[in-house]
Design a protein around this ligand. Structure first.
Ligand code: IMP
Length: 202
């Protein structure tokens, strides 16, 4: 359990958008999240090509743990693997979301979806955490539909083309960070995580 004397988790990610969202959400839970790369820049993690977000996140976390040795013994470590799964495209881009984003971006996805009526999709986030003894994993989801054109300028990744079902018709990019965090896959996973790891206050 995470107690008030050790409320720091170091997050290994190269994605600033993910980090900023997760940090803001965890602040609301009283947990301090910091970037591992601010303390250790020489971590090189290979993303395994697997279809399972949980296995990818756990594999990346194990690689981080191997590389840091006992350097951060007092801190918890965290890694997230996430992605967008579009039903009509058989779950594509899924675990390849980051690569596909860098190659064709949201506009490329819109071209693949041109004329497609069934636009249901979901975001998944799998978060793995090391508490000094063991790895625990937590998963969050967000159901939505793919917009017909990009809208908004906030967020990151596929947010301009993702409309969450439980929202009011705006894309994630048209929402504030707080609005997105009420609905997002990342916030759902972090919520389960914080419930599981926080020492209940008496
Ligand atoms: P990875 O977890 O580093 O493999 O990257 C996941 C990719 O999925 C990101 O680079 C984004 O393209 C996409 N993604 C995951 N979560 C979000 C989100 O909350 N908004 C927009 N795109 C996301």
């Amino acid at each position: 359990m995470l107690d008030s004397t050790s409320k720091r988790i170091l997050f290994h990610t190269g994605n600033k958008g993910k980090f900023l969202e997760a940090r803001e959400y965890m602040i609301s839970k009283g947990i301090k999240l910091e970037l591992l790369s601010d303390y250790e820049s020489e971590i090189h993690v290979i993303e395994p090509q697997m279809n399972n977000f949980n296995e990818v996140a756990t594999s990346k976390l194990r690689q981080v743990l191997e590389q840091i040795g006992n350097k951060f013994d007092d801190d918890w470590m965290m890694v997230e693997d996430s992605g967008l799964l579009i039903d009509e495209l058989g779950g594509f881009p899924g675990p390849y979301s980051s690569y596909v984003y860098s190659k064709i971006g949201p506009n490329g996805i819109l071209r693949l979806m041109d004329g497609v009526e069934t636009r249901s999709a979901r975001y998944t986030a799998s978060i793995s955490v090391w508490d000094g003894n063991k790895i625990q994993s937590f998963e969050g989801f967000c159901e939505g539909v793919i917009a017909v054109e990009p809208r908004g300028n906030r967020g990151f990744g596929y947010d301009p083309i993702f409309i969450p079902i439980k929202g009011d018709g705006r894309t994630f990019s048209e929402m504030t960070k707080l609005e997105k965090s009420r609905l997002s896959h990342r916030a759902n996973a972090l919520n389960i995580l914080s419930d599981a790891i926080l020492v209940p206050s008496i």
